[in-house]
Structures are given as C-alpha cells and as structure tokens.
Design a protein around this ligand. Structure first.
Ligand code: SAH
Ligand code: SF4
Ligand code: F3S
Length: 485
C-alpha cells in the first residue's frame, strides 16, 4: 500500500465537508467507506471480502487493479471466489456481443447468492455501462444491482460506494465523456514484478465496427512526467516489466500541451534504471513510425514482440472498416519491421465476416496471414455493435459462411504459429518467471521477450526473476526448457 496516500488519508477530518479537489476528495470517501465497512465487519465478526472480476482487455484489467486498490484501502480483503464475497464488482466489456451475454448470465447466478446474503453488494462498471440500452435493461430487470458507474468516472469509485452505503438504493453514475485524468489513486497490482501502465485513454479512430470510441471517449494522453514517475515508483517496488497501455499507443502525445511522440516516450522509459523489460499495446498500423522501429531496434529493454492488428487483408474491406491503410501498406510496414528486427515476433487481431466480405476478400486475409507468418493471431467473428456505422451496413454475411471462413482461418493461423514457434528450439533466451506451473509444481512458467511461454524445472523463489533458459522442445505454442546455470 502506498505510504504517502495512507498518510494523506490519515490526516483527513471526516467532520469537515468533502474536499472539492481530486484525488483528496476520493481519499475522503475512502476514509468514510472504511467506517461503514468496519461497522458491518464488527457485526458479522469477520473481515469483509471483495471480488473484482475483469471481462475485458488489458486496459480494463488495469482499471480493475485500481478498483482493487481502493477496495483494499477501504478495508475489504481480496477474494477470488465471487460466491464467497460480500462485494462483487464486474468490470465489463462490450467489444463483442458475447462479452455482454456473459455478464448477464453471471449476474443471474449472483442474484441467487445475494438472496441468501442480503448484505451482499453487487457493482457494475466498465465499457458496457456506457451504453444507455444496457443501463435501461439493468434498471428494469436487474434491480438487485447496487451500484453502476462507467469508464469515465471510475476514479470516483469510493464516492459512489459511500453514496450507496448511505442511501440503500441502486446508485447510478454514468458520464458521457470526460477530458479529465485523475492521478495518484491507490492501485493493487496482480503481479508484484510486472504491471500495466496507462499512457493514454480513449480512442479517436472510429473503426466502423468498433464500439470502443463510444464507450471510452476521446483520446487523451497522460503527461509524460506522470507516466515516468509512476514507472519509477513501480520499479522501486520490485517491478521489472511494464506494459504501456493505450488503444493506439502510436498516436501517444499528439494532444499534449507539449506534444511528444510515442518513440520519444519510449526513449525516456528506457532510461529508468532497474526496469528490465518494456512492452506496449496496441499499435495501430496507420501510425507506426520509422522512428518507433528505430527506437525498438536499438533498445535493450523493449521486448521483441509487436502486436499489429490487421483486421482484414482486403483493401476494400479495410476501407469500409475505416482502418486507413491498404493491404500493400500493411505488408510493406511488416517488411520494414522485419528487416530492422529479423527475430521479432508479430501477432495480430483479425475479424471475419465484416459486412460485405466476399470469399475473395477472405482469400486476401489468408494471403496476409501466409505472407506475414504471425506468431499468433486472435481471430474474431464480426459482432454487430449498435450505434457503430458497420451495424447499419447492408450485406451482413450469413452465419454459416462466417463460421466456415473462421474455421479455415483458425486452421491456417495455428499451423503457421506452430511452425514459427518451433524456430527457437535449441536457443537459450532470457525468461521472466511469472508463476508456478499450474499442472506440475516442479515446474515454473516464464515468458520470453517475444511473449512465448516456457515451462522449466524451478522453484517459487524464481518468480519475478530473469533467468536464462535453454528451449529444449517446442510443444506447439509453448516450450519446455531448462535453466542454464
Ligand atoms: N485498439 C485496438 C483494439 C481494441 S479491441 C486496435 O485497434 O488494434 C480488440 C480487438 O477486438 C480488435 O482489434 C478487433 O479485432 C476486435 N473487435 C473490435 N470490435 C469488434 C467487433 N465489432 N466484432 C468483432 N471483433 C471486434
Ligand atoms: Fe476500436 Fe479502431 Fe480504436 Fe482500436 S483503433 S479501439 S479497433 S476504433
Ligand atoms: Fe472491451 Fe472496453 Fe477493452 S469494450 S476491449 S474492455 S476498452
């Protein structure tokens, strides 16, 4: 727990009105919530437990760490089993319809648990809550939910919770957009040795299929000083690897008062002593500069992995998707990257069945997959998102056609990924050990610079350490290795 935040909270006088300025205002409500939690906990004769469940991407996961940090400051003990928790908070995602369905399904189950534990609280936040039709549905059919808030005011979590403790009614607080970034809130990392770091919020790209710009708002970059200070603090606390997070990191800094490119930011992060590895996500191909390729090439810390979502290989479809590059531009970018860094691992996202996609368009996607030879690819079936331009497009592709293309794509992607993975057999590479192996407790699991996983004999003392490992045999998508003494 951050001692400075702790000290500031201690000094707050709850008899005074809540401060107007952030983050002091939230520290005030954290202290207030502490009292409520203490009272309930004394009544029950045990500590209160809270479970934060993340449904979405890495940015959502980072938000969840902030929620957990605030919950711990308030006095909740972290709990991984939802049914055992006194407070369950779902941090939702709405990028595809199935993400939404999962939330509704699990809410139904939670309702049954809550009937038995009436003091249980259920909170919902994240991207789904930014859609008015979702909130309407919750208000009508999910009255047992206690608090609902969105992506823009997540920093107000303690304040919203305090309101709920005081009102006994469902509390809803959703903002349409924000230009605000609140720094210095508590946060609790999932791993002691690695951490995500937001460098920007929102997205301005409006790819025609995508809901993210509507639910995450306009693009805003954090001040580089705040980012560097956060990373320095993390490193002092034992972090060896950071993942810089943004929907389109390549456009970092454009809206700052003193503009700064993403490549320049990386140069600054590289200088932080004690930091061993830098990753970032996600790179939009249209904004990936030669300056960035150069910085990656000369860096000792930036990992040899680039996630470069292509979405489709057809220039026609890319145009309809509003991606703003052609198949040829994408392939030429990949060429430049591979020429500069021959051992780089490239991964991607692909959508199958975008409206109007023909078999010929799909063949173009397969062609890109074969030419780039991705180390792995996330493949998605196009999901219609209400309010996006693509949802209103004609020629939605029939489900059975999409399914058939999806299966063919997956087969090709997996075949190539396995071939690419096996290329490293016999080499020795540095691995950051992340955890004990889940199936075999004589093994540890670590990650190579190129993001591949390797399992090798080891002990829990190795977790968080960088170890040189010989990659003995490739098992398709991961390695079995041996530490080199
Ligand atoms: N900002 C990132 C992507 C964030 S969403 C980028 O532009 O690369 C993660 C992935 O979800 C996208 O890359 C896309 O492949 C997929 N996705 C987004 N909207 C989708 C939709 N409506 N249907 C199917 N997949 C979608
Ligand atoms: Fe969505 Fe496109 Fe923004 Fe990525 S860049 S979040 S796909 S709109
Ligand atoms: Fe999902 Fe929101 Fe991320 S919609 S993918 S959690 S930004």
């Amino acid at each position: 727990m951050n001692k400075e935040i702790e000290r500031l909270i201690d000094e707050i006088d709850l008899l005074q009105a809540a401060p107007a300025e952030e983050p002091m205002r939230q520290y005030y409500f954290i202290k207030k919530c502490r009292q409520y939690v203490k009272e309930i906990s004394e009544k029950l004769g045990r500590p209160l437990r809270a479970a934060t469940v993340t449904f979405g991407c890495q940015m959502n996961a980072r938000d969840s760490e902030k929620l957990t940090g605030i919950l711990e400051e308030i006095g909740y003990v972290e709990e991984s089993v939802e049914e055992k928790a006194d407070f369950v908070i779902y941090n939702t995602c709405t990028v595809r319809e199935n993400a939404n369905q999962r939330v509704y399904g699990r809410l139904g189950q939670l309702n049954r648990v809550k009937r038995k534990n009436p003091h249980m609280l259920i909170g919902l936040c994240g991207c789904m809550m930014q859609e008015p039709h979702v909130v309407e549905k919750l208000k009508k059919s999910y009255r047992f939910v206690d608090l609902i808030f969105g992506t823009h005011n997540i920093y107000k979590f303690a304040e919203i919770l305090a309101t709920r403790f005081e009102s006994e009614r469902m509390v809803i607080d959703i903002w349409k957009d924000t230009d605000k970034i609140v720094e210095d809130l508590p946060s609790e990392r999932k791993y002691p040795f690695k951490s995500g770091v937001n460098i920007m919020f929102g997205c301005n790209n409006f790819c025609s299929y995508c809901i993210v710009p509507y639910v995450r708002g306009r693009e805003r970059s954090r001040n580089p000083r705040d980012i560097l200070r956060e990373i320095e603090t993390l490193v002092a606390d034992g972090v060896k690897e950071v993942m810089l997070l943004g929907q389109n990191v390549n456009s970092y800094g454009k809206t700052l008062e003193e503009p700064m490119s993403f490549a320049e930011l990386l140069r600054e992060v590289e200088k932080i002593e004690g930091l061993e590895r830098i990753r970032f996500m996600t790179s939009h191909p249209k904004d990936l500069s030669d300056e960035l390729i150069e910085v990656m090439k000369t860096s000792r810390k930036i990992c040899r992995h680039l996630h470069l979502p292509v979405q489709s290989g057809s220039t026609d479809i890319l145009k309809k998707m509003n991606r703003r590059y052609t198949k040829e531009q994408y392939l030429s970018l990949v060429d430049r990257i591979k020429t500069a860094m021959p051992n780089i691992s490239l991964t991607t996202d692909i959508i199958v069945g975008f409206p109007g996609e023909t078999e010929a368009d799909f063949q173009e996607t397969l062609d890109v997959v074969q030419k780039v030879r991705y180390d792995s690819a996330f493949t998605f079936i196009y999901s219609k998102r209400t309010g996006t331009p693509a949802a209103a497009m004609e020629n939605q592709v029939p489900q059975e056609v999409v399914k058939d293309r999806f299966d063919r794509l997956l087969k090709e992607v997996q075949k190539i990924a396995a071939e690419e993975c096996s290329k490293h057999e016999g080499t020795t590479q540095t691995v950051l050990v992340e955890q004990m192996n889940e199936q075999d407790d004589t093994l540890v699991t670590g990650r190579l610079s190129n993001n591949l996983l390797v399992h090798f004999p080891g002990t829990k003392e190795m977790i968080g350490q960088l170890v040189d490992v010989k990659l003995i045999s490739c098992k398709g998508f991961y390695y079995i290795g041996e530490a080199v003494k």
